[in-house]
Design a protein around this ligand. Structure first.
Ligand SMILES: [Zn+2]
Length: 389
């Protein structure tokens, strides 16, 4: 990854570049920022730059032997550690350290370096369990970093999501404190409260902010070929999170506005058979798409609320959305709008936890019918308690 391929964060890039050029390379750093801000792509660019054979002041060359390997994530001196789920029952096909997951990891990075933890775990084919960075992997890190570099000046470990290092992480303390020469730890995380204090206190923190709507929108135009209007729309919805922007992108042109409008119409009028047919189709979509639909519903709900409070700027919306949002603002009371937003929020949460979409959508449709009739939404039935999932 080149620095110029990393979205936004221009000031930070300059700071990182000048620190390298001045030889101020801290051997243990934490690239800390919210999900989708691009701290992992920045770590990839930083590592590639450190080992590039023909650096310029602005970027790595992208063509030397070292850059070519770094770009394919096969550089022998750039190592990766990430959370994963131990797989395989038999000894010979057991996958219990990061090296066993490298083919999937490289593919994942090349397809979506902005991906988040959930998308990685899904990508690695096992959504049902919680990943971690286990004792065996910590042992591997110590082993890998004890060798001299193979072909470059720096030996770098990119450790993605140190939040998943449990107490075994303490095995790394000595190495972080007294690393072999020219060894650089780049940890990339989101939540300092969930990182072992013993590790956190030994890292130099580099802070990332959320991406601005402007940077995010221009990246969507450049990288994904979106029109300025759709890029802007997705940027606002994604709240500075490029990972979410990519999820939304898959549904952006699939008529989400129309689909939401149709569903809400059915809920507002008798037409139950249509609703059930629609739900049957809806639940066949991938989970990410369903989640994006609920995220979108929340966005629409917030816009309705803005109209009802007289603060709406309709120029942010497409024509179809203006029709939908102004229509809803007329039929829903402000209380019902607030409940609608809460419902979408709640169902986004449930869908992430693998709730049964069909039961959920049916229940939500019934609740919406009641909301439209002016009946307040009742508390969610027991079937939706977290304990049941
Ligand atoms: Zn190079």
């Amino acid at each position: 990854m080149l620095f110029r391929e990393v979205i936004g964060n221009e000031d930070l890039k300059k700071r990182l570049l000048s620190s390298i050029q001045e030889g101020r390379i801290s051997h243990a750093q934490l690239f800390l920022g919210p999900e989708g801000c691009g701290n992992l792509p920045m770590a990839l660019a930083y590592a590639q730059y450190l080992n590039c054979e023909n650096r310029t002041p602005e970027d790595a060359c992208g063509t030397c032997a070292s850059c070519q390997k770094a770009q394919k994530f096969i550089h022998p001196d750039i190592h990766f550690t990430f959370p994963f789920i131990v797989a395989g029952d038999k000894k010979e096909d057991r996958r219990e350290k990061c090296a066993d997951w490298l083919p999937e990891w490289r593919q994942f990075l090349s397809e979506n370096p902005y991906g988040n933890y959930q998308s990685w775990i899904r990508y690695s084919g096992n959504e049902s369990k919680q990943g971690n960075i286990n004792a065996k992997e910590c042992h591997e890190i110590i082993h890998r970093l004890s060798f001299k570099t193979f072909e470059s000046t720096y030996k770098i470990l990119i450790l993605w999501l140190p939040e998943f290092l449990e107490k075994e992480g303490n095995r790394l303390l000595k190495l972080i404190e007294e690393p072999p020469d020219n060894t650089v730890f780049l940890m990339v995380g989101h939540n300092p409260d969930r990182i072992l204090n013993t590790i956190l206190s030994r890292l130099q923190t580099v802070r990332f902010a959320r991406l601005s709507d402007k940077d995010l929108a221009s990246a969507l135009e450049e990288k994904e070929g979106l029109t300025a209007a759709s890029a802007q729309q997705i940027a606002i919805l994604s709240n500075g999170n490029f990972s979410r922007a990519m999820e939304l992108l898959h549904v952006a042109d699939s008529g989400m506005t129309r689909e939401l409008q149709q569903w809400l119409r059915w809920c507002n009028r008798p037409g139950r058979q249509e609703i059930f047919n629609w739900i049957n189709d809806f639940v066949k979509q991938p989970k990410e798409q369903q989640k994006a639909f609920f995220n979108y519903g929340m966005h629409v709900g917030r816009e309705v609320m803005l109209i009802q409070s007289g603060a709406q700027q309709l120029n942010r919306l497409t024509e179809g959305e203006i029709q939908l949002v102004t229509g809803l603002a007329k039929v829903l009371t402000p209380e019902a709008t607030s409940q609608l937003i809460q419902l979408f929020d709640r169902y986004t949460y449930l869908i992430e936890r693998n709730a049964n979409s069909k039961i959920m959508m049916t229940q939500m449709s019934v609740t919406l019918m009641r909301l439209f009739r002016g009946v307040p939404a009742s508390p969610l039935p027991a079937v939706f308690n977290d304990a049941d999932m």
